[in-house]
Design a protein around this ligand. Sequence first.
Ligand code: MN3
Length: 238
Amino acid sequence: MSVLSRRMILSAGVGLLVAPWPKPVAGQTAGPFTLPALGYGFEANEPHIDAQTMMIHHDRHHAAYVTTLNAALKDHGQLADLKLASLLGRLSSLPDSIRMVVRNTAGGHANHTMFWQIMGGKGGAPAGALAAAIDRDLGGLTAMQTAFNRAGVGQFGSGWVFVTVTNQGKLGLTARPNQDTPLMEGTAVLMGNDVWEHAYYLKYQNRRADYLTAWWNVLDWAKISARYDAAMDGTLAV
Ligand code: MN3
C-alpha cells in the first residue's frame, strides 16, 4: 500500500466520525469531482430504505469513491479535465497504474450520482413518453420490474442493474458487476439499482429480493422522465 493511500484511509476513517465529506487530504488538490447533495433528507425513503443506510451510503461510500478518484487523477491533469462519462468511456486508454482505480471509483461516482437522483419519490408509475417506451421496449412496467428484480437477484456478488437508453429513446435492461456501468461502453443509463450489500444489509440482511421489490416504492418517476428526455437531447451527464 502506498503512503498516499494509507494516509487517505486513515484520513477517511477519522473523517467518518467528525466531519462532512469529502475531507481534503493535506497537500492534495481538491480534484475535479465532488460529492453531489442528496436533494432530500436521509429519511426520505423510509420505511423502504432506512435513514442510517442512506447516510452511510451517501456520506461514506459515495464520498470515498469521489475522494479516491480525485487522488488517482491528481497527477493526470489532462484526465482530470474530462467529464465523468468521457473518462469512463476511455478506460482502455488510461495508464495501467490508474486504470483499475478509475474504473472502480469513477464508475462508483457515476452510478451513485444517478442513484440519488432517481429516489426520494413515492413510486407509482411513469407517464408520457417514458411510459410508452417502457411498454414498447420492455413489455410494460410490470414486466420490466419482474425482469429487473430477477437480474438483481441473479447478479452474483456486488453490482448493479440498469435500464439503459439510447439517444433515440430505446430502452434496454442489463446488469454489471462491481461499479461497472454501461457508460464504459458509451451507453447511457436511464436508471439503476445498487445491489451491493451496503445498499440494503442493515434493514434486509440477506434478503436482496425484498430490497429489490421495495425499492420501486421510493422512485421519483418525474426525475426518471427528465433523465429520459435529457438522454434524447444529448444532455444527460451520467
Ligand atoms: Mn453503493
